[in-house]
Write a new protein. Sequence first.
Length: 180
Amino acid sequence: MSPGMSASREMIAQVQPLIPALRRYARAMLRDRDDADDLVQDVLERALGAWHARREAASLRSWLFAILHNLALDRLRRIARRGTSEPLEAVPEARLATPATQESAMEQRDVLTLVALLPEEQRSVLLLVGVEQLSYAEAASVLNLPQGTVMSRLSRARERLRRMMEGERPAVRPALRIVP
């Protein structure tokens, strides 16, 4: 500690330059300016209360960010459990109604039905890359195809699926037959 400087003044001198960075991080975590400011206030209160217990060798910046991060996670968990609270008058009508889940389940079933209507070469690429999250190179290896072919088939599958979802009827191709 500098001679003639009290512990609280020294703490303020060390912490004050870090407040803008703490506020930025808090806003990024909580995505709300007022909640972020409240969080930074809580961090500063916690730091003030534990100032005597902090390790001098540890970085003050990382110590404050650790406190902020942990408090932000606690808040986010609490919000997820309890939900947000707002005055009823401030909530838009669209958020007051809960959409029926039956329709979304039917839409998912419809999408699966449409995927099943894709030609096998497009369907397999779409499922490997889109659902199983294989890279193009991995899907090419699985299907024993060049990577460009995988990319082309995926593009055609996505486009065909999009058109079918918009109501276009899938074209049914007649099966090829082998002529002797």
